[in-house]
Design a protein around this ligand. Structure first.
Ligand SMILES: [Zn+2]
Length: 248
C-alpha cells in the first residue's frame, strides 16, 4: 500500500498554489501546521491570478462578440445594397436559368426536392413592385405529373408604401428555344391575368400562373433543354403605373 506508506516522499498538497515542499509522508503534518500563513498567501495569489485570467477571457469574448456583430451589420448593408441595385435595374422581366434540368425533374418526380422552387426576387420597375417566380417541375393541380407549372407572386417589397394598390398585372411566361439558328426558334409562351392583387403583408409562395405550361417530355426532347440547361422568362406588365412618380 504505497499510498499509505509513511516513508513515501510526497508533494505538499498546496503545490498547485506554488509550494514546492516535498518530504516523507510522516513529516508532512509538521510542514502543514508550520506553513499555514505561507499557504494562505499562496492560495490568495492563486485566486487573484485566476480571477485576472477570467476577466481577460471575458474581455476577449466580448471583443469577439463585437467583431461578429460588426460583420453581421456589414453583411446586412451589403444585402441592402444588392437589393437597391436590383430594384434600380429592374424592368419587370426575369430569366430563370435552370441548370442540371433532368436531375432536378427526377428529384421533383420522386419527391426528393420540395416544390415549388422559388426564384430570387426581381422588380417590375425601378423601385417598383417586388416579385418572385415559382416553378413546379412536376406540375401542380391539373398539371401534376406531366406538365411543368409556372407562377408569379407579388412579395413584400421595399417600396410598397409609395405604390398604388391593388394592382392588375398581366403575366407572360416563356420557355426559350435554344436552337442554333435563331430564325427557327419557337419559344412557347402563355399569358395569365390574375383578378387583382392587394398589398401583401407577408411573403407568400403560392404563385398564380400556368399549371399546364409545357409538357415535361416536350422540354426534354426538344431544343428547349441544351447542355441540360433550360431558360424560362417571366414578364410582368401592369395596367397602371405603380405610383404618380412613374411612367410606364
Ligand atoms: Zn507546503
Amino acid at each position: 500500500m504505497n499510498s499509505e506508506c509513511p516513508l513515501l516522499v510526497i508533494q505538499c498538497k498546496f503545490h498547485e498554489a506554488g509550494c514546492a515542499f516535498k518530504a516523507e509522508r510522516l513529516k508532512m503534518k509538521d510542514h502543514l501546521s508550520n506553513s499555514t500563513e505561507a499557504h494562505l498567501n499562496a492560495l490568495c495569489d492563486l485566486v487573484y491570478a485566476r480571477k485576472k485570467q477570467l476577466e481577460n477571457q471575458r474581455e476577449r469574448i466580448q471583443l469577439q462578440k463585437e467583431h461578429i456583430q460588426l460583420q453581421k451589420e456589414t453583411l446586412l448593408l451589403q444585402k441592402q445594397e444588392i437589393i437597391d441595385v436590383r430594384s434600380r435595374a429592374a424592368n419587370g422581366e426575369f430569366i430563370w436559368r435552370i441548370t442540371d434540368f433532368t436531375r432536378k425533374l427526377m428529384d421533383a418526380k420522386s419527391g426528393r426536392a420540395a416544390e415549388p422552387r422559388i426564384s430570387e426576387p426581381f422588380y417590375t420597375h425601378s423601385h417598383g413592385y417586388k416579385m418572385c417566380a415559382g416553378l413546379w417541375l412536376n406540375g401542380v393541380g391539373t398539371g401534376r405529373g406531366r406538365y411543368i407549372s409556372v407562377g408569379l407572386q407579388v412579395q413584400v417589397g421595399e417600396y410598397d408604401s409609395i405604390h398604388k394598390w391593388p394592382i392588375y398585372p398581366r403575366y407572360t411566361f416563356t420557355l426559350l428555344d435554344q436552337r442554333g439558328d435563331h430564325k427557327d426558334r419557337k419559344d412557347i409562351s402563355a399569358h395569365f391575368e390574375p383578378q387583382c392583387i392587394s398589398r401583401p403583408s407577408a411573403d407568400r409562395q403560392l404563385g398564380k400562373g400556368a399549371r399546364r405550361f409545357v409538357l415535361q417530355e416536350d422540354i426534354c426532347h426538344g431544343s428547349y433543354c441544351k447542355d441540360n440547361i433550360v431558360y424560362l422568362k417571366f414578364q410582368v406588365a401592369l395596367k397602371q403605373p405603380p405610383s404618380g412618380f412613374f411612367r410606364v
